[in-house]
Design a protein around this ligand. Structure first.
Ligand code: DGL
Length: 279
């Protein structure tokens, strides 16, 4: 089984790509965990984000996962490195945990490679995310490891996750807040914008519209799915140990009925097999 973890509903935008019937990833079994009772993570300290992420990883491994995708930028940016370098080698040396920051950075690099107009130095890239994703500078650090000299403008948009979790994104007030955040990046004349929070994928179309046709918007769930296909092809020893019966199981740390109700809107699919997780 593959575990998919997020603080709440945002990771469902990633799972949606994995279980898309046209994706080779849809053959695998998945367990989704949303830590809705403690969401949002975006304003919590890095220590707390690490503790919550470690508990989620423990839970998903205890359910039989071989591989976990942390489908949350906040947890990927603040906890993944320590999970990979300290927690796994000590406790689960044969298991793997991957995140969502590197796939989005690689998607930008692919975009730069293929677009002649973007090849010059000093391209302006925008990143939006939660306060602690932006505060961690995880995207800047990843970009620094690559060849291109880029100018990164990152912007925390702390009001967006609560608006999305509350189902208020279609309200006029929400659109005004979104516009006012994005205006700051439009003024910088960025060429590419990374949605550095899995929740923001549900705002992909309005964000694209606000940014205009000269800005390429990177929707990270699709990038994460592409990179997972690559990863499993490069690691057949892991791929062959993952069960493939197209099973889907959902866990939330909060109210199961509410998870089902809101989750189905994210997933655009029925959520049937669902339970409450406690750890
Ligand atoms: N989906 C998470 C992310 O990608 C949400 C953040 C939160 O819980 O604040 O960052």
């Amino acid at each position: 089984m593959i575990g998919v973890f997020d603080s709440g509903f945002g990771g469902l935008t990633v799972l949606k790509e994995f279980i898309d019937k046209n994706s080779p990833l849809s053959q695998y079994d998945y367990i989704y965990l949303g830590d809705n009772a403690r969401a949002p993570y975006g304003d919590k300290s890095p220590e707390v984000i690490y503790k919550y992420t470690q508990e989620a990883v423990d839970f998903l491994f205890s359910q039989g996962c071989r591989l976990i995708i942390i489908a949350c930028n906040t947890a990927s940016a603040n906890a993944l490195r320590k999970i990979q370098q300290e927690f796994l080698p000590n406790k689960y040396p044969a298991k793997r945990v991957l995140g969502v920051v590197i796939p989005a950075v690689e998607a930008v690099m692919e975009e730069l490679e293929k677009s002649a107009n973007l090849k010059k130095e000093n391209n302006k890239i925008g990143v939006i995310g939660t306060r602690h994703t932006i505060g961690s500078k995880a995207y800047e650090k990843e970009f620094k490891k690559r060849d291109y000299k880029l100018i990164i403008y990152s912007l925390a948009c702390p009001l967006l996750v609560p608006l999305i979790e509350e189902g208020l994104i279609k309200k006029v007030a929400a659109r005004m807040i979104l516009k006012s955040y994005l205006r700051k990046l439009k003024e910088k004349k960025i060429k590419i914008l990374i949605l550095g929070c899995t929740h923001y994928s549900v705002l992909f179309e309005p964000i694209k519209k606000i940014m205009g046709k000269n800005v390429k918007v990177i929707n990270s769930p699709q990038a994460v799915a592409r990179k997972l296909i690559d990863y499993l092809a490069r690691h057949p020893e892991i791929a062959k140990k993952i069960s493939r019966r197209k099973k889907r199981k959902y866990y939330t740390t909060d109210n199961v009925d509410q998870f089902k109700h809101i989750g189905e809107k994210f997933l655009k699919e029925k959520i049937i097999n669902i339970g409450k997780a406690s750890f």
